[in-house]
Design a binder for this molecule. Structure first.
Ligand code: ZN
Length: 413
């Protein structure tokens, strides 16, 4: 490995995350959630945040092996509540307007075989206890950003054929490529990337589609209702006070929140899905009146079923995202076993929480108003990939006109 080039890229990556991802302001608090596997990178991010004027940086470390020990040893009831300090930490960070940065580096197999009721209970408890925190994220009150960092257990799964040290180096290089860190000026490259979404976003918003119809040879045959006054987003987000940020790096998607009550038909997965530290492969979901009524997986049936048990809205759609089959991440040929990356390789859907900013005036609406307008509300949000080279997507207008949106896995317009 060329260590100078690596050090240089890592520095550029940290700068990019703080500057473009978090758009950190002078005097602002930064709240980083990161694995103990990435201590060095946590230090680099902290140093970079101070270089860019942070008032204070709070780093919350987590450790997957210890988390696994909790799952293996604690009874279910332990996961049904959140320690008071943890809720206080999250809620106070949101209240103070901290930028919320999450660094993911998970071992895709860390939690294989655990009782799925435990992470489900944990998600529900966390959403109840940290309501102020999650509302701040969902309603555009704070900046939030999710990025990846290479770690040995993850790298081993992505690049199984090479020694682990080399796998980590290759995974870092793949992360740098996917996040445009290798561009001469990554911050400028991300500004150009943001602008590149505008034309298609505008076209989609002008169509005011009432529904999207999905078809492919795998058996997908699904119609999804879209909300009146729905908005397509992509290429970054903005807080209600006008701070531009990137919730995910990388990001290649144009997305909206569909009508939580209207989805009919069957959809087949096109990529494996890692959820709660376990793999789900070759699965299909059947929707009726907007709700998943049947699910089948060749691998990970229990993990798949657990997704829909989080709460009463976990089986309804929160997101519809369009990504051409030839996206740069797909073309890299790398399966990352991480939704942050893999969702950018394929058209996808997500069940669970919807996006209030994908509805006109949504961020100032109450919970009940959002639900009534079709925006789903749930303690979970799970993306799953459905894009194939033969995927056809047709937009249906309120007057019944059919307009091609995707033809053979690519934009049709
Ligand atoms: Zn998405």
């Amino acid at each position: 490995m060329d260590t100078t080039a690596f050090t240089n890229n890592l520095q550029k990556y940290a700068q990019l995350i703080i500057k473009s991802g978090c758009n950190l302001k002078a005097g602002q608090e930064l709240f980083i959630s990161i694995s103990t596997e990435c201590v060095e990178f946590a230090r680099l991010l902290t140093a970079e945040a101070y270089a860019q004027g942070a008032r204070h940086v709070t780093v919350k470390f987590h450790d997957e092996k210890i988390a696994r020990l909790h799952y293996d040893n604690c009874p279910l009831e332990v996961f049904e509540s959140v320690p008071e300090w943890a809720a206080l930490l999250n809620n106070s960070m949101a209240r103070e307007g901290a930028a919320i940065l999450s660094v993911v580096s998970s071992d895709p197999y860390a939690m294989v075989g655990i009782d799925q009721a435990k992470p489900v209970a944990s998600a529900v408890a966390s959403h109840a206890a940290c309501k102020e925190f999650y509302d701040a994220l969902d309603l555009g009150r704070v900046v939030w950003c999710i990025v990846g960092a290479a770690a040995p257990a993850w790298a081993r799964v992505v690049f199984p054929a090479v020694p682990v040290e080399q796998a980590v180096a290759q995974l870092w290089d793949a992360i740098f490529a996917a996040t445009r860190v290798t561009a001469p000026d990554p911050v400028l490259a991300w500004e150009a990337h943001r602008a590149s979404f505008n034309e298609r976003k505008q076209w989609l918003n002008e169509q005011q589609f009432d529904a999207l119809q999905y078809r492919n040879s795998r058996g997908t045959h699904l119609t999804i209702g879209l909300n009146a006054r729905g908005i397509w987003q992509g290429g970054g987000d903005m807080t209600i006070d006008g701070t531009a940020f990137f919730p995910n790096m990388p990001t290649e998607e144009l997305f909206t929140t569909p009508d939580r009550l209207r989805a009919e038909g069957v959809v087949y997965s096109s990529l494996p899905l890692v959820h709660n530290g376990a793999l789900i492969e070759d699965f299909s979901l059947r929707f009726k009146e907007g709700r998943v009524v049947d699910c089948q997986a060749a691998v990970g049936q229990d993990v798949l079923e657990a997704i829909f048990k989080v709460d009463q809205n976990a089986a309804r759609l929160g997101e519809v995202a369009l990504i051409p089959y030839t996206s740069p991440i797909r073309q890299s040929g790398i399966l990352f076993y991480s939704t942050l990356f893999d969702e950018n390789a394929s058209c996808h859907l997500a069940v669970g929480q919807g996006f209030p900013d994908c509805l006109e005036g949504g961020q100032t609406k109450s919970e009940d108003e959002l639900l009534a307008a079709g925006v789903n509300k749930s303690a979970t949000h799970v993306d799953f990939m459905i894009g194939t080279p033969d995927l056809q997507i047709t937009g249906i207008t309120a007057s019944g006109e059919h307009i091609p949106v995707f033809k053979d896995g690519e934009w049709a317009f």
